[in-house]
Unconditional design. Structure first.
Length: 249
C-alpha cells in the first residue's frame, strides 16, 4: 500500500475549495489533505471577506504551501496555504499609481482612535492620522468630523511598496491659513494661554502666535480670553512658528 506524500513548504498544488467562512477558505489537496487559506493570504489588497468575494465552493485553484504543522493529536497535519504569491502584486506599482504629493479622492472605510483608513481605489488603502486633519486644530479627530463611507480629499505623503503602506494628509489639500499672514501685519488675537515664556494668542484665522515675555511690559495684566492688538514680527513656515508683539496704545 502506498501513501501519498505530505505537502511540504513551497509546494505549488492544485486544490478544490470545499468550505468558505468569514475568515478563510478550506482547500482539499491531494491525498485527502486539507489546507487553510486565510483571507490575508488571498489578495495583496485590503479585503476582509476575500474568500467569500473571490471563491465558490467546488472550484479548483492553485495554491502554495506556506506552513506544515504535524499535530500530536491523531497524527493530523495542519497546512497553511497562500494564493496571492502566485498573482501579480499591485503594490509594486503603488509609487507610480499614487505619486508623492498627488491629490486623490478617497473613502473612509475604517475609523480608528488615532485616525482613519482611507480607500483610494479598490483595495488600495492608506492611513490618515488625526494630526493630518487640520492646520490649526491640534486636537482634531477624524471620528468627530467624518463618518464611515464618507468621501474625503487627501494628499499622498508617503508610499512603500514593500510594506504596503500609504500615509495621507487631508489638511494639505486645504488652504494653509498661515499663508494669509505676513510680517508687519497688524491684527487682533485672543489669549489662549499664559505661561512662563510668554502668551499664546489665537489669531482671527485660528493660527497661534507667541508673544514672548521679553515683549511684554512689566505691568501687563492680560488673562485668557482677553483680546489684544498685535503686530506680526516673524513667521517661520518650516516650524509654523509665529512671533508677535503688542501694539503700543
Amino acid at each position: 500500500m502506498t501513501t501519498t506524500a505530505v505537502p511540504k513548504l513551497g509546494d505549488i498544488l492544485e486544490g478544490r475549495v470545499i468550505n468558505i467562512s468569514e475568515k478563510c477558505a478550506l482547500i482539499s489537496l491531494h491525498g485527502h489533505y486539507v489546507g487553510k487559506l486565510r483571507n490575508k493570504q488571498i489578495t495583496w489588497l485590503r479585503e476582509k471577506n476575500a474568500a467569500a468575494m473571490q471563491f465558490i465552493v467546488g472550484t479548483y485553484i492553485t495554491v502554495i504551501v506556506h506552513q506544515v504543522h504535524h499535530s500530536k493529536a491523531m497524527g493530523n497535519v495542519l497546512i497553511e496555504l497562500g494564493y496571492r504569491e502566485l498573482l501579480p502584486n499591485p503594490w509594486d506599482l503603488v509609487e507610480s499609481r499614487f505619486p508623492i504629493d498627488s491629490r486623490v479622492e478617497g473613502k473612509i472605510v475604517e475609523i480608528l482612535e488615532f485616525g482613519a483608513i482611507v480607500e483610494l481605489e479598490y483595495g488600495y488603502t492608506g492611513l490618515l492620522h488625526n494630526s493630518e486633519l487640520s492646520w490649526t486644530d491640534k486636537n482634531a479627530k477624524i471620528s468627530q468630523n467624518f463618518s464611515i463611507d464618507e468621501n474625503i480629499s487627501v494628499l499622498v505623503k508617503y508610499s512603500d511598496s514593500v510594506q504596503h503602506r500609504l500615509l495621507l494628509s487631508h489638511r494639505e489639500t486645504q488652504p494653509d491659513p498661515i499663508g494669509e499672514l505676513s510680517v508687519s501685519t497688524q491684527t487682533t488675537g485672543k489669549i489662549i494661554k499664559v505661561f512662563q515664556y510668554g502668551v499664546l494668542i489665537e489669531l482671527q484665522n485660528k493660527c497661534v502666535a507667541l508673544l514672548h515675555h521679553t515683549k511684554i511690559p512689566a505691568n501687563f495684566g492680560g488673562c485668557v480670553d482677553d483680546v489684544l492688538d498685535i503686530k506680526i514680527e516673524a513667521i517661520d513656515l518650516s516650524t509654523r512658528r509665529i512671533v508677535a508683539s503688542l501694539l503700543k496704545t
